[in-house]
Write a new protein. Structure first.
Length: 461
């Protein structure tokens, strides 16, 4: 990584995962595994092949198995600012989740981690907290509002394709001191997906690890039936505190269009309660749990796959952008991966079939004398996608969701929008057109219009 890029990250506080990308050439990785750590304080070797263990009995621990088959909904999360809830971040008068205490603890780690981990926290402060300089406030200075810079956990995403299968084998209850790589836990994961430009990605997990961030408890690299993120102290507080069926922290390869572009890169999987609402906004901690009819796919859980701009070296973890092939609007490559599998299935594990009670449905009648037009929506189109109404005559558009995700119908130029509704539900809007012309309508849920969910409303005299 160039010094120029590192200075951009630190000086502008682009918290967590930066929007700008390295200007260096993204050549395929050809180097061998890192050399052994310095003799005065040896660290674990870089990943090679997932270790076997003979210390664990076959029936000991917990196993969780999750998959998402092809044809289901997958999101590529774009960089953007993150809303800051008071429960996680406090107030300007009483701030929480500050970086400084974590930084001081990191300086007490054994050598060479006492150098590499503090530097990593400077480059990616959100691993440990968030400096006050990186937080936006409201006009009167009484509340934090958003991060100042873009993050990997924005409210914006694009629809892509993908599939995965993961088995979380939790065989160790907690992290052991001086044991970053040695664990009885295991993971078996396969994942493939595309980016919004159609480039093909594959991740290969070589080894589990226990990231040496002060305060984190990763249970030996795999945790099951646990709470992570937010105010738990484990992993980034940019995510809210979430119930987690299974999660792992690993190191491995990123493969783009058949070429290995990163090795020994930090890969994080987690299957959690749903934190994306039906408009794809990432909830803050005080907004959870989401009601089932307020989630993006109308189900309880989903799976996150995050590849951080962090690489393992002989001296410990260091900042290293993920060399994606996706170009952002600023002309730079996106330097991280955050992929959301929104229609996963838990095949094995506690609470795999659990769901909260569904609310009772109610239907609104169409006003008398109003012309009624039914428009159906699914992934990712409307039927019909062209409708005609008359000027100055009241009309009711009844929108029915025939898909498997939350959708709405928005006529932006007229300032009209239905509620965002779950599969099987209906919503309606009644209005009187006062001007002629042709107006576009679309689904305003993040990423849906970009893949074709739009149509045209013609208003005639």
């Amino acid at each position: 990584m160039s010094l120029r890029f590192r200075s951009i990250v630190v000086s502008t506080f682009l918290v967590g995962f930066v929007l700008t990308a390295c200007r260096q050439t993204q050549a395929p990785v050809t180097s061998s595994l890192p050399p052994a750590a310095p003799a005065e304080q040896p660290l674990a070797p870089a990943p090679a092949q997932q270790q076997e263990t003979t210390q664990t009995q076959p029936d000991q621990g917990v196993t969780v198995e999750v998959e998402q088959k092809p044809g289901k909904t997958v999101y590529w999360v774009l960089p953007g600012k993150r809303r800051l809830g008071e429960e996680e971040w406090g107030t300007p008068e009483h701030p929480k989740a500050l970086l400084e205490p974590v930084m001081e603890e990191a300086k007490q780690l054994p050598s060479p981690l006492n150098r590499t981990v503090p530097q990593l926290l400077k480059d990616l402060p959100i691993l440990g907290g968030l400096p006050l300089e990186a937080r936006e406030m409201n006009a009167d200075g009484t509340q934090f509002t958003t991060t100042k810079g873009p993050t990997a956990v924005s409210d914006q995403g694009r629809i892509v394709t993908g599939t995965f299968h993961v088995t979380y084998s939790d065989r160790q209850p907690y992290d052991l001191p001086d044991s970053l790589m040695d664990t009885e836990d295991k993971v078996d994961a396969t994942v493939q997906f595309t980016d919004p430009d159609g480039n093909q990605y594959e991740l290969v997990v070589d080894k589990l690890w226990q990231p040496p961030i002060p305060g984190w408890e990763t249970g030996g690299g795999v945790v099951t039936n646990a709470w992570l993120h937010g105010t738990t102290g484990t992993d980034s507080p940019l995510f809210p505190r979430v119930f987690t069926w299974g999660a792992f922290w690993g190191l491995g390869k990123v493969i783009v269009n058949g070429t290995v572009v990163n090795e020994n890169q930090w890969i994080h999987f987690m299957t959690t309660q749903v934190v994306r609402d039906k408009n794809y906004r990432l909830a803050t901690q005080d907004e959870l749990p989401l009601a089932l009819d307020d989630t993006i796919a109308g189900q309880v859980h989903h799976t996150h796959v995050i590849v951080r701009p962090v690489k393992w070296t002989a001296d410990g973890p260091v900042f290293e952008p993920v060399h994606t092939a996706f170009t952002l609007p600023n002309g730079q490559k996106q330097p991280f991966l955050h992929i959301m599998f929104e229609q996963d299935t838990i095949l094995q594990g506690a609470f795999k079939d659990w769901a909260p009670p569904a609310p009772a449905e109610s239907a609104r009648p169409v006003p008398e004398g109003s012309k009624s037009i039914v428009v159906e929506g699914s992934e990712f189109s409307f039927h019909p996608d062209a409708i005609t109404v008359e000027e100055r005559k009241e009309v009711t558009i009844v929108f029915k969701n025939r898909g498997t995700l939350a959708h709405n119908l928005t006529i932006g130029d007229l300032g009209i929008k239905t509620d965002t509704i779950q599969p099987g539900e209906s919503a309606q809007i009644t209005f009187t057109p006062i001007k002629t012309g042709t107006f576009q309508f679309w689904c305003s849920v993040s990423g849906h219009r970009e893949v074709g969910m739009e149509g045209a409303l013609k208003i005639e005299k």
